[in-house]
Design a protein around this ligand. Structure first.
Ligand code: FAD
Ligand code: SIN
Length: 514
């Protein structure tokens, strides 16, 4: 197959990029599940964007830099907050229906925002509305082909330039080469590295490992964000309880019913996400409990039901009425700040390769992401990556270069994946130390040594991607001997003040300090 542009992933970032590319050539959206299935579809709280009269892009800029604990790239942050309103107005023009208060958008508050700036849709189904809008807009455009149930395996690269991808066509169980002028990776996050995560099944970090194997630079891999409040019930998924529930007045209590967040930060429940997650971790450690409680019972019940309809109905299925019952919650893996290094136009080190959305590291989030900045990031940088690809690749021909092939063979890796997730959760999550990180590294190395990459299927390549990425996350976490943002070392609790970053490049597992 041949297309001018390949977009890998069909979340908010991939769809936004594809829409931009469609008037400049043929586009294929390659996606390992059905179109739209990804974190974007499940996003609840909303989009942080300066559209209210009481707000200002300088305030949004400062809040983002503060949450990022000083490690954000300032140009990238300015690009995000400055261009955000334009991209969201465009979505509204394309049919996105955000919730209104009278004839104005309704703005809510989330942690570490200095003003109410989060817009939302259908109460707590913001991501679904954005994906719906982009999908229906894309449908009207000619030129877009959807390759669903195609799993991207690797990039086809020669002399530092991309010529397409190798993928598994899952329906026909065969490996195909798809050639193109350029490739945009929009493969989302990696929550599935951990036992407890809010992320959907597809979030296995594939794009990062694929880019690494092609020689791209990966950056800030020690910075992984854990959301403070995910449902904690036996045999239930770690379903997200949106931060906007605390923004609307929800409080956290320990198992003695005491509100504890103010003991850790003067903003209480609305302290930055990493602070609240650690507060819950330490509180659980102190009391021996496996969870704390999110309490919404003091709020007006009609308001709670209308404001959080999806959360209300989902928890009802688990026997919890959020207007009357306390909700057992604990932190879960949620968002990867680290990723494929790009400039503010989505360009990577490899010619013809772009990245956007959660798999990219533009530097917008630094050491910790400000709540609700990532849907905005996906549409802004999805659009910008496509714009730069259009300009860069206008004169390039599609070349079908020779390339070694993998051999397809199905295998079962579910138990190994579960074991890896347990190890990562135990040693590499909210609170880390040298001993635990070393144990995790030893485990991963032994699994990587055993891995045979001659025969591949989606299962085993997801597992391989997860192993490679886990190894780099651990090595980065071992290298940063100090605490910063979401990276917390119990053995080095002091904040490291110097502003350096850790990168991996040239297909080597050697952390480089820059
Ligand atoms: P995704 O939407 O995850 O899409 C990734 C795509 O890549 C998927 O289509 C997937 O199938 C595909 N893919 C992956 N690997 C391969 C492969 N090897 N081959 C082919 N296809 C592949 N952020 C906010 O700003 N506000 C919120 O309110 C919010 N709430 C959230 C709630 C939840 C439960 C979660 C999990 C996240 C939330 N986030 C929120 C974060 C935000 O949703 C994500 O960071 C963002 O949507 C990522 O978009 P994306 O397009 O980069 O990735
Ligand atoms: C949430 O609704 O709490 C998620 C918001 C986000 O991840 O930005």
């Amino acid at each position: 197959m041949k297309f001018d542009f390949l977009v890998i992933g069909s979340g908010a970032a991939g769809l936004r990029a594809a829409v931009e590319l469609a008037s400049h050539g043929s586009v294929a959206i390659v996606t390992k599940s059905s179109v739209g299935e990804g974190s974007s579809e499940h996003a609840q709280g909303g989009v942080a964007v300066v559209l209210s009269d009481e707000d200002d892009i300088v305030l949004h800029y400062e809040d983002t830099i503060r949450a990022g604990d000083g490690l954000c790239d300032r140009d990238a942050v300015m690009t995000l907050v400055d261009e955000g309103p334009k991209y969201i107005k465009e979505l509204i023009k394309w049919g996105a229906q955000f919730d209104m208060h009278g004839d104005h958008l309704d703005f809510t508050r989330e942690a570490a925002h200095s003003v109410n700036r989060i817009i939302h849709a259908h109460g707590d189904a913001t991501g679904r509305e954005i994906v719906r809008t982009l999908k229906s807009y894309a449908k009207k455009l000619e030129n877009i082909t959807y390759l669903q149930n195609y799993f991207a395996l690797d990039l086809i690269v020669s002399d530092g330039e991309v010529f397409g991808i190798k993928a598994i066509d899952e329906e026909n169980k065969k490996i195909v080469n798809i050639f193109s002028k350029g490739v945009i990776l929009a493969t989302g996050g990696a929550g599935k590295l951990f036992k407890r995560t809010t992320n959907p099944r597809v979030a296995t970090g594939d794009g990062l490992s694929i880019a690494f194997r092609a020689g791209a630079v990966l950056k800030d891999l020690e910075f992984y964000q854990f959301h403070p409040t995910a449902l904690h019930l036996p045999d239930a998924p770690a379903f997200l309880l949106s931060e906007s529930m605390r923004g609307e007045g929800g409080v956290l209590r320990n198992d003695e019913m005491v509100r504890f967040c103010y003991n850790y930060h003067d903003k209480g429940e609305l302290a930055p996400r990493d602070v609240v997650s650690r507060a819950i971790f330490f509180e659980m450690e102190k009391t021996g409990a496996e969870y704390v409680y999110l309490d919404m019972t003091h709020l007006e019940s009609v308001f709670v039901k209308n404001r959080f309809p999806k959360i209300y109905s989902t928890l009802k299925e688990f026997g919890i009425d959020i207007t009357k019952d306390l909700i057992p919650v604990s932190p879960a893996a949620h968002y990867y700040m680290g990723g494929i290094e790009t400039d503010v136009w989505g360009r990577t080190k490899i010619k013809g390769l772009y990245a956007c959305g959660e798999c990219a590291c533009t530097g917008v989030h630094g050491a910790n992401r400000l709540a609700s900045n990532s849907l905005l990031e996906s549409v802004v940088f999805g659009g910008r990556a496509a714009k730069s690809a259009i300009i860069d690749l206008i004169d390039k021909e599609i070349c079908e270069i020779n390339y070694d092939n993998y051999i397809y063979k199905e295998c079962i890796t579910n138990n190994q994946i579960k074991e890896l997730q347990d190890v990562m959760w135990k040693y590499v999550s909210i609170v880390r130390d040298e001993r635990g990180l070393s144990k995790a590294l030893e485990y991963i190395n032994s699994k990587l040594d055993d891995f045979n990459v001659d025969f591949v299927c989606r299962n085993c390549m997801e597992y391989y991607n997860m192993l490679q990425l886990s190894k780099m996350m651990i090595l980065a976490a071992m290298t940063r001997k100090g605490s910063r943002g979401a990276h917390y070392r119990r053995d080095f609790p002091e904040r490291i003040n110097e502003n350096w970053h850790i990168v991996f490049e040239n297909v080597k597992f050697d952390p480089i300090i820059r």
